[in-house]
Structures are given as structure tokens and as C-alpha cells.
Design a protein around this ligand. Sequence first.
Ligand code: SF4
Length: 132
Amino acid sequence: MDEVRTITCTVCPMGCSIRVTLRDGEAVAFEGHQCKRGPVFAKDEVRDPRRMLTTTVRIRGCTARSVPARAAAPIPRDRMMAAMAQVRGLTVDAPVVAGQVLLADLAGTGIALVATGSAASCAPEADPEVAR
Ligand code: SF4
């Protein structure tokens, strides 16, 4: 027997409400989307819902208190709370450079947390003005 589920597409700000018909757990029909990305999103949302984690990470050894970071790929939605708890407990040492892996495995997903910003160290030996 078919089941109908309504999913809000989050791919773009339009936020289309998509009615998805499921047959034996598989998405087989879509209504309400305004472009072809909607059914792709809805299919993934039914089978393996994922979200992008963007956050900040506490930093020590720098005047900045945190550095921006995000997951290297969308993580399973049911691992999001565990990943956030892991990030809250994380403190990294300056310097940090954009692209640096801050955590190799977010909540057992195998997906890394990567810095999206940089933070210089405040240690005197790292300051070229002080080294002169
Ligand atoms: S279906 Fe297309 S237009 Fe609608 S929210 Fe998704 S991406 Fe945007």
C-alpha cells in the first residue's frame, strides 16, 4: 500500500512542499516541486536524510575565542545532536588555517570537521614583529 509523505525541500529558499508517494519504502512519485532538484532531495530525504553542520570551535592561544568550521560533507540527520555535543567539547590550539581538519570523525560518521576560517597564534615567537 502506498504512503504519502510531505517534505519541505531545503535546497533553495523557495522551500517547496513536496508530496512524496512511497511504495515499499521507495519514493516513486513527487508533486509540488518547482524544479528537478526537488525530487532528488525528496528521494534522499526519505532514504538517508542528511544535513550540513556549520558551527564554531573554541580556540586557545589566540585573541579570537572561536574559529568557524563545517562538516566536510552532509552528515546523517540522526547523528547531528551527537556531532554538536562533540563539537561543544572541542578546543583547538592556535594557529588554525582554513581547510585544516579539526576533528577527523564527527560522531562516528567518518566525516571530518574542517576549519573555514583562520586564526593566528598569539604566542610571541609566532609574531614576526616580535621576532625581529
Ligand atoms: S524544488 Fe527546486 S525550487 Fe523548490 S525548494 Fe527545491 S530546489 Fe528550490
